[in-house]
Design a binder for this molecule. Structure first.
Ligand code: DGY
Length: 322
């Protein structure tokens, strides 16, 4: 019987579907398997269901061996996978697009509001028993009604954030993207602009681009210096898109108002990284897609991707090399 290795515990729907057809081994711990253990466990497998933290490269593909038919990433992002290397060996690669759009967009909006309204220091104040009075001058934040939202990367998630903030807060939408998006212009009156214009004009900037060689460190010292002092920067994409040390300096110097990060590099961010201690930086442990609805569907999509590959048919949610 064909064997699949699942590198972490995931919701049941996908596991049950897999178990109807193949032998399934699930890594039982909360922490991922150490690399050497992962390489050992995938040996001889026909499929591997990977997380965004599992590096799939030539070493991985060598360790799995010639039985490997498919790698299904339990994520929409697949920057952890060398897709070209997999394809060169006839290994199909898939992801889970669409089903986590709403969940991730909601997380971005939560971060916009929470970072912009100083939730981190305010919660800290209560937790540390520092709350003494109603304070007219503490935790003063930003309002968003009628302001400008800059979306970097107008894919599904970027568009959904723009739609919600346009409909709910009447924000003007600017965006960068490789090409202008018809739907964004038509439905949201959104304007396709160059990055510099977006940085200088936006009150909120939300990152939704994939991590590629072009977007790595896209937001660095130069870009942060162009932002408005009241700007709120939110990242639910990948940590590597921001130069984190530059962000820490900019936040400490008041070059922008606050940041909300659902992603960092590495994950978790280093224990002594200055971003951890800045009251105007709110960090979540990469929970963008963490709803039951999204994760159940992600598990099912990853399972059907693997089963298709093992049958020798194209994955329904396949990815191509960048
Ligand atoms: C993804 O799917 O790429 C997300 O980052 C996981 O929540």
């Amino acid at each position: 019987m064909s064997k699949v290795f699942v590198t972490r515990q995931i919701p049941q729907p996908g596991l049950e579907r897999l178990k109807e057809h193949v032998e399934v081994e699930v890594w039982p711990d909360q922490d991922p398997p150490p690399r050497s253990m992962l390489l050992e466990r995938i040996a001889g497998c026909s499929g591997v269901l990977t997380m965004l933290s599992d590096r799939v490269d030539d070493e991985f593909l060598d360790a799995a061996g010639p039985n490997l038919r498919g790698v299904a990433n339990f994520a929409v992002g697949y920057n952890n996978i060398d897709v070209a290397a997999a394809k060169a060996r006839g290994v199909h690669v898939g992801n889970t697009p669409g089903v986590l759009t709403n969940a991730t967009a909601d997380t971005a909006i939560g971060l916009i509001l929470a970072a912009g309204r100083c939730f981190r220091p305010a919660i800290h104040n209560v937790e540390k028993h520092q709350w003494r009075n109603w304070e007219p001058m503490m935790f003063l934040g930003q309002e968003f009604e009628g302001k400008t939202l800059g979306i970097i990367g107008m894919g599904r998630i970027g568009l959904t954030v723009a739609k919600r903030m346009r409909g709910g807060w009447g924000m003007r939408i600017l965006y960068t993207s490789r090409s202008a998006k018809l739907q964004a212009g038509r439905d949201l009156d959104a304007t396709h602009v160059q990055l510099d214009e977006l940085l200088a004009s936006s009150d909120v900037i939300s990152l939704h681009c994939p991590l590629t060689e072009q977007t790595r460190n896209l937001i660095g010292e130069k870009e942060l210096a162009k932002m408005k002092p009241n700007a709120v920067l939110v990242n639910t994409a990948r940590g590597e898109v921001i130069d984190q040390m530059a962000l820490a300096n900019a936040l400490a110097n008041g070059q922008l108002f606050a940041a909300g990060l659902d992603v960092t590099t590495p994950e978790p961010i280093a224990a002594d990284h200055p971003l951890r201690d800045l009251p105007n930086c709110l960090i979540l442990p990469h929970i963008g897609s963490a709803t039951w609805q999204a994760r159940n569907q992600m598990s099912m999509m990853a399972a059907v991707n693997l089963l298709a590959a093992m049958k020798g048919t194209p994955m329904p949610f396949a990815v191509s090399p960048a």
